[in-house]
Design a protein around this ligand. Structure first.
Ligand SMILES: [Zn+2]
Length: 162
């Protein structure tokens, strides 16, 4: 076994999954497709299988990430083993920001509550996950909370019926 260095990780490690999903092509920071890749060999086994780290760098903004590889592994970039081809959290379309703000305005909740929701920039996906507890934490009055949760549940039931 020839050991030259060791495998390492560098750069952004938290959003690797979406970068991988783009086929290692799209920069997670500036969305441009000018990624340069460089292999850093860490070692080589007797049978010739090498292992090391590939560093991907965006030549436009400098964003970088890395994936460790092993030629003996069934998955070359073995850190991607548990990644999903499809993004996990796809929000249902009825909860887009536009739909939610239109719906809130016609829902009959008080003008102050509506204004507060807008001040907190509570978006469609936020509203989808909204709970009475969260509204309380944000300082909504009991009646407003009741109204908001009521119209929200109504909307969810309607969506599920389809
Ligand atoms: Zn970039």
């Amino acid at each position: 076994m020839v050991s030259i260095g060791s495998q390492f990780s560098t750069g952004d490690q938290t959003s690797k999954e979406s970068f991988w999903r783009s086929g290692f092509k799209v920069c997670n920071s500036c969305q441009k497709q000018c990624i340069k890749e460089e292999d850093h060999v860490a070692g080589c086994r007797h049978n010739g299988d090498g292992y090391g780290t590939t560093v991907f760098t965006c030549t436009a903004c400098g964003w970088k990430t890395s994936f460790q590889y092993d030629e003996a592994s069934d998955i070359y970039y073995y850190e991607t083993r548990n990644f999903d081809r499809v993004p996990k959290k796809v929000q249902p379309q009825p909860w887009s920001n536009l739909n939610v703000s239109n719906w809130l305005q016609s829902s009959g909740i008080s003008a102050t509550a509506l204004k507060k929701l807008q001040e907190y920039a509570i978006s469609g996906p936020d509203m989808y996950e909204m709970t009475d507890k969260k509204l309380k934490a944000l300082g909504f009055e009991k009646l407003d909370r009741y109204m908001i949760m009521h119209v929200k549940n109504e909307k969810m039931e309607k969506h599920q019926e389809k």
